[in-house]
Design a protein around this ligand. Sequence first.
Ligand code: ADP
Length: 151
Amino acid sequence: MKPLADSRAVTISTNLDKALPEILIDKDRIRQTLINLVHNAIKFNNTGGKIMVSSIFKVDSVTVKVADTGMGISKDDLPHIFERFYKADKARSRGGSGLGLAIAKHTVQAHNGAISAKSEEGQGTTISFSLPISPASNRVVGKINKTLTKS
Ligand code: ADP
């Protein structure tokens, strides 16, 4: 993402929790989700804008946030952005299919997580998703470890 961000003088910073637990995820899909969110944060940002990617460990989940200082999303559009093919009118000139956030939602929900958006028009947008550290995940990890030790 850096070359794209650089071409628009957008700065990407991170604030990552140092003590993150291991959780069971489909790494490729979660990576793709993060790429989608950062891509949007660049695409809908202003020249010279900022992006902050943070991760926070909260007792039973890990939350990842991508916050930007871009154009924001209107109150009318905000409830619809996770729908397939939805694009705010203002976003039509900026390319994309309107599928990215629908796929992101699907991926996060398949991990029993949740995704949400906060936005102020003209101020910026924050998309957050949480992935649970569920007992079920731990059981699965336990099972995999057991199988590995046996073989
Ligand atoms: P696409 O980026 O291909 O248009 P997405 O599903 O990723 O589709 O996003 C849907 C719509 O949500 C976008 O068209 C845009 O209107 C809005 N949106 C998503 N992320 C942001 C953001 N960071 N800032 C402003 N608007 C956004």
